[in-house]
Unconditional design. Sequence first.
Length: 67
Amino acid sequence: MSIPQIMKVWVERSPQGISVISYSSYAILDLFWIAYGVVHKEKPIVIVYTLWTLINASIVIGTLLYT
């Protein structure tokens, strides 16, 4: 679901209808999962949620740039 949002923001340069608050919240919640993965030494969790953090952060940054 996030890939179409990235395409809309970065390719079309149209952030209309994208909530900065929602995607910022997702990015912040991803940080808790990363911390959990580090504490429990679970590399798959750390890798997956690091990628999700980058995806969510790119949506937020693009939305703020093109608003």
